[in-house]
Design a protein around this ligand. Structure first.
Ligand code: MIG
Length: 799
């Protein structure tokens, strides 16, 4: 069995000595005696691709993950031959390839070793399928740490673990359970204060072993395909992650409402039930932007149909909900019911769009509608057809978002829970079996869905969410972590999964708040919502078979906590939107695990719970029942307790007291946090001021605020507003400089400035060098100032 592959399996084959090499522009090919070719391509000074073949020639080069528009170009490239090795040098790294066995080592320019082959590339020929099982092993030093790999339900630091990538419908998964729904074969190594990344772009079932099988060896291998990986040099983890995200692609901005609160259940029906849920949110004044229809809205689970008994007039209903600020999101699964009367089935059959078995029959499997056939989304013509199917839902009925589920793909009542491996796929003109296409199937479905929703939502922005995904899926879709359970352990898992997704390029992710399977206690639900509002995607969802999971299913205290935290999320929308903008512009993850935030502080290397939301808010969930606080690590620097405004110096573990309606939250000293007023849904209110919470710091700090029309594409034409603030705190002075960019004029005209932690009493205020009068009373009693938004410098002095 492959899972037990011994790295030193006796049938393994290895490259022999290098007998020739050629250098062409950005690529260098090395040929061995036994027909191995290693092609090294320098994409950027810190991004190098290593591609191997054992056949003496390469097959067609094709990747679903790599974004064709990724940045490339290097400053320096020098290839040289030394006695024992060849050297490829860029302005960031030097790669040495040994002549005798093709083993590779990578150094920084100061001769520090970054990554070194142990056995290096080796392979086992596959008698059963042809091709190879391709393997790689790297030497690992003591103290090296590993991060990344998407949605794994285990500690953030993967040292000592073996993980498997095979998209799987893993209902009620457990801690450490493998494999899960998503496949992101990208990891980050951190050793001796230097980070690097490896992206093994291979869609076959892959494995990663981080010093589990052997203490000082890290390895990865795949059941087929090529040994084809990208090496990314940091040395900061920040650089590794942004480079990886640039390589596999960034999304466009979602509509701002998609960052609001979403409510879901399996399922809301009939219409009156959905309407009651909507009304209750408004009545209780708990903000909410989106409501979901799960599979029961359909006619016998046939995609793109409606059950007219439950929803007699979907267009009217969707419009009525929209009037009250609710966007309707509907589920669409990949299985198409085999039913001669069903138009979509007939059309796909006519066009020959379903996946086939090796010998010709269509792939048949049971899912919710009963026996189904499954579109081959790896065929571009199928994707185009699928996109077109959204016309009625989006343009006519007015649905605003689509939820893709079961796209691992999941099949019921079969032991492997998915397609048989002989199923054929087009793979965009590279025909193959399900062994190769399995892990990419969900992403191609979400991609087709995205193009459809986008086409018909235009000029508004689309919203798509998927359960299964492969690296790069972030270009098309958001995601959730699948069928979790209403337990405290799952709250712990969700916290780590979403952080891990964030540093794995797929930042727009959340968990089913409260847990999907089983029923949370009020306390657990409250603790979950307190974390969930700090996840980029924020949705309560439940299987619905254990009772209700709307906020009002719990007692008043929990309802109040839910309102308080959802309100806070709505206040923080400009902050959240700004971090999203940094994600789409620069690939910066929205949530930053502490190790990402400060890799040089070794205290962060094994931390799981705390993370930085955006750049300046430190969040630490409460993960145990009956808590009155918890111990947590405060990263280096100076922070303010959000609830008490007390300042703490970081770089140490502390105890933080919290009430039931609080979790530890800290704001970085010097930060300016923008806030909107609480709205029941995005765009509900017209408001005339943007609140800026300014946290005093002795020294300098930068803060930015990105805004635009909150939907549509005008932002791509420069119609955005980008504020960049610099705060400088001195003993008796605070200077705030504001620089503006962009052509979008925000609706508000002034800032309400809350001064927090000011160590002096305000004496004078100058705006753009002119002293202004101010309301000393409000400032002293309530701590705020009102300032016209058109300023470039605000100078506060004290005594
Ligand atoms: O077999 O559509 O993960 O969110 O509510 C279960 C019903 C199918 C699994 C999804 C879940 C969804 C449920 N689906």
């Amino acid at each position: 069995m492959i899972t037990n592959t011994e790295l030193e399996y006796k049938g393994d084959l290895y490259p022999t000595k290098i007998i020739a090499f050629e250098h062409e522009v950005d690529s260098i090919c090395f040929h061995t005696d036994n027909s191995v070719i290693l092609k090294v391509t320098v994409l950027r000074d810190s991004l190098i691709r290593f591609r191997f073949t054992t056949k003496g020639y390469f097959s067609n080069d094709f990747s679903y993950a790599v974004d064709k528009s990724h940045s490339h170009g290097y400053n320096f490239l020098e290839v040289s031959e030394v006695e024992d090795y060849y050297q490829i040098k860029t302005s960031k790294v030097q790669c040495r390839i040994q002549k005798i066995d093709m083993r590779l080592s990578i150094y920084d320019l100061d001769e520090n070793i970054i990554l070194e082959d142990e056995l290096g590339f080796h392979w086992e020929e596959s008698y059963e399928y042809g091709g190879n099982i391709v393997k790689m092993s790297k030497a690992s030093k003591d103290g090296e740490c590993f991060y990344g790999l998407g949605d794994k339900a285990t500690q953030l630091n993967l040292k000592g673990k073996r993980l498997e990538n095979f998209a799987t419908d893993q209902y009620a998964f457990q801690k450490d359970q493998e494999p899960l729904y998503k496949v992101v074969p990208f990891y980050i190594g951190l050793q001796n204060k230097k980070s690097y990344g490896i992206f093994f772009d291979n869609t076959f079932r892959t494995y990663f072993d981080f010093c589990h099988e052997r203490r000082n060896v890290t390895s990865f291998w795949a059941e087929g395909g090529e040994m084809n990986y990208y090496f990314i040099y940091g040395p900061q983890m920040q650089d590794v992650v942004t480079t990886y995200t640039d390589l596999t692609g960034k999304p466009e901005l979602p509509p701002l409402w998609a960052l609001g609160y979403h409510q879901c259940k399996w399922s809301y029906y009939p219409e009156s039930n959905l309407k009651e849920v909507a009304a209750k949110f408004r009545q209780l004044k708990i903000p909410c932007d989106a409501l979901y229809l799960d599979i029961d809205y359909m006619e016998g689970f046939r995609c793109f149909t409606w059950n007219k008994d439950y929803f007699p007039d979907p267009k009217r209903m969707v419009a009525e909900l929209a009037e009250d600020g609710f966007k309707t999101v509907v589920i669409i699964d990949p299985g198409i019911k085999i039913d001669k009367e069903y138009a979509i089935y007939k059309e796909a059959l006519e066009k020959d769009f379903f996946c086939k078995r090796a010998d010709g029959p269509y792939m048949k499997g049971k899912v919710w509608p009963g026996e189904c056939n499954f579109p081959d989304y790896t065929n571009p013509a199928v994707r185009e057809w699928w996109a077109g199917l959204f016309k009625e839902l989006i343009s006519e009925i007015g649905v605003k978002g689509v939820w893709n589920d079961m796209n691992e793909p999941a099949v019921m009542e079969v032991p492997n829970k998915t397609f048989p491996m002989d199923v054929r796929h087009d793979y965009d003109g590279n025909p193959c079996s399900h062994r190769k296409a399995h892990n990419i199937y969900g992403t191609q479905m979400a991609r087709a869905t995205y193009h459809g929703v986008k086409r018909f939502a235009y000029p508004k922005r689309p919203f798509v969410i998927t359960r299964s995904a492969y690296a790069g899926a972030q270009r098309y879709t958001s995601s959730w972590t699948g069928d979790n359970v209403a337990t405290w352990e799952h709250l712990w898992i969700a916290n780590i999964q979403v952080q891990r997704m964030s540093i794995s390029g797929m930042g727009f992710t959340g968990s089913d708040i409260g847990g999907f399977a089983e029923q949370p206690s009020g306390e657990l639900y409250a603790r979950w919502i307190q974390l969930g509002v700090f996840h980029p995607f924020c949705r309560t969802h439940s299987s619905g078979d254990h009772g209700d999971q709307e906020p009002w299913a719990f007692d008043d205290e929990v309802i109040n906590i839910t309102r308080k935290f959802v309100n806070l999320r709505y206040q923080l929308l400009p902050y959240l939107y700004t971090m999203f903008w940094q994600y789409i512009e620069e690939g910066i993850p929205m949530l930053k695990p502490l190790v990402y935030y400060d890799q040089d502080d070794i205290q962060t290397h094994y931390r799981n719970d705390e993370f930085v939301f955006g750049n300046q808010i430190l969040v630490c969930p409460i993960l145990e029942p009956n808590s009155v606080g918890r111990r947590m690590y405060i990263p280096r620097g100076s922070w303010y307790n959000y609830w008490t405004n007390e300042e703490v110096k970081g770089g140490k573990e502390i105890w933080v007291d919290t009430k039931f309606d609080q979790i530890p939250l800290f704001v970085k000293a010097g930060a300016i946090i923008p806030k909107y007023p609480v709205q029941q849904y995005v765009g509900e209110l017209d408001f005339d001021e943007l609140t800026l919470d300014i946290y005093y710091k002795a020294g300098k700090e930068k803060s930015v605020v990105y805004e635009d029309a909150q939907d549509g594409y005008d932002y791509k034409k420069g119609r955005y507003s980008f504020l960049s603030f610099q705060t400088t705190g001195k003993e008796k002075e605070l200077i705030i400089q504001l620089h503006k960019e962009g052509k979008y004029d925000t609706n508000y005209s002034k800032y309400k400035i809350n001064l927090i932690g000011l160590p002096f009493k305000v004496n004078t205020i100058e705006i753009d060098n002119v002293e202004v009068s101010f309301d000393r009373n409000t400032l002293e009693r309530e701590g705020y100032l009102i300032v016209d938004k058109e300023f470039t410098s605000l100078h506060i002095t004290g005594e």
